[in-house]
Write a protein that binds this ligand. Structure first.
Ligand SMILES: Cc1cc2nc3c(=O)[nH]c(=O)nc-3n(C[C@H](O)[C@H](O)[C@H](O)COP(=O)(O)O)c2cc1C
Length: 184
């Protein structure tokens, strides 16, 4: 895809670091099912632990790169698992980095779609709510409407990708809303 043919550029963030992550598989499935003129880069959230002492102009290079990737995206898709009834620390840590500099966060006004998933039928809905609250605190432009909550996700993944047609269709409908929120 060349720049001239790209209508919207999305950033996919999995809330899990493990290589065989279901959250990553959901993003890969979405990535493969997007309209031809929409692209999505998937970015690993392996960042140092948030420390206000090292934040500022001299923040770690990977933090600058992460903030830059958000700034350059038309919209962000976060796919989170649930850990102990909440969002994983890895994701909260990344969102805390992204929330700064105060008043200048790349997330302010940024369209964001949240998707949760779990091998359990509950689909990570409690983590979903926590991610929403954090994004509201940061003044991101959270895509509203039906929440994308994927239960029994293991049955919907094949060869490292989400393949369930009904879930893909529903989620892509919300991705359309994300792209519309970006004015694309
Ligand atoms: C520390 C830990 C806590 C977990 N707590 C929950 C939980 O509260 N609710 C839930 O649905 N699944 C829970 N799980 C199971 C995860 O949903 C499951 O491991 C999932 O595959 C993790 O996401 P990933 O595949 O994207 O890495 C937990 C897993 C771990 C490792």
């Amino acid at each position: 895809m060349t720049d001239a043919t790209v209508r919207a550029k999305l950033l996919g963030l999995p809330g899990s670091l493990r290589s065989n992550s279901n959250s990553l598989a959901v993003l890969r499935g979405l990535q493969g099912a997007l309209p031809a003129d929409v692209g999505m880069d998937i970015r690993d959230l392996r960042l140092p632990l948030y420390d206000q002492d090292i934040d500022g102009p001299d923040a770690p290079a990977e933090v600058h790169a992460f903030r830059q990737a958000i700034a350059e995206a038309d919209g962000v898709v976060i796919v989170t698992p649930e850990y102990n009834y909440g969002m994983p620390g890895v994701l909260k840590n990344a969102l805390d980095w992204a929330s700064r500099p105060y008043g200048k966060s790349a997330l302010i006004g940024k369209p964001v779609l949240v998707v949760s998933n779990s091998p359990a039928f509950t689909g990570g809905v409690r983590a979903h709510q926590q991610v929403n609250d954090t994004l509201l605190a940061v003044s991101a432009d959270l895509v509203s409407g039906p929440q994308v909550v994927i239960g029994t996700v293991g049955e919907k993944i094949k060869d490292g990708k989400l393949v369930d047609e009904a879930v893909l269709k529903f989620t892509l409908g919300m991705v359309d809303k994300l792209i519309a929120a970006a004015g694309k």
